[in-house]
Design a protein. Structure first.
Length: 175
């Protein structure tokens, strides 16, 4: 690809295409998790949805029954030249209780489990090392319950869930 674009008498310098990557995290209700990641410089886009279950194209109502096997997740598109996967993992660890099994705060059920869906062998290695570092830190008295599993099909949630808190002028679920 050329690094210049000429339109008539105007010459524009173009940067080479930015390569983005995806990361997918489950850490409780996806509204708050999405808001946490949207504030991170280098995050290009986010989408909330469902992953890790058996039901194809699940609805929110179905996921809430705790019978689909899906977790509420946030898929994060990021520019690795501006933010690393390891930095995203730090945001993940800091914004939920990774010792909770199938719950976060008042929300309970397997859809609220703590999980990292990795998109590459490199992400898997980084996530496992990050989890081990957290275990060794002694920060938590209970075992880390976070699952680290391969990314599967991501099903985007209904439109009204996307950027839910922003649409309501909120920054957190805990107001």
């Amino acid at each position: 690809m050329s690094d210049k674009l000429e339109i008539g008498d105007v010459e524009l310098k173009m940067s080479s295409e930015t390569k983005t990557e995806f990361a997918t995290f489950g850490a409780g209700c996806f509204w708050g998790v999405e808001a946490d990641f949207r504030r991170v410089p280098g995050v290009v886009a986010t989408a909330v949805g469902y992953e890790g279950g058996i039901t194809e194209n699940p609805t929110y109502k179905e996921v809430c029954t705790d019978r689909t096997g899906h977790a509420e997740v946030v898929q994060v598109e990021f520019d690795p030249s501006k933010v690393s996967f390891e930095q995203l993992l730090s945001v993940f660890w800091e914004n939920h209780d990774p010792t909770q099994v199938n719950r976060q705060g008042p929300d309970f059920g397997s859809q609220y489990r703590t999980v990292v869906f990795f998109h590459s062998a490199e992400q898997q290695a980084i996530a496992e090392a990050s989890k081990q570092k957290l275990v060794e830190s002694g920060k938590f008295k209970r075992p880390i319950a976070t699952q680290i599993v391969p990314a599967e099909t991501f099903y985007i949630a209904e439109d009204y869930h996307q950027q839910y808190l922003e649409k309501r002028g909120q920054t957190s679920c805990h107001l």
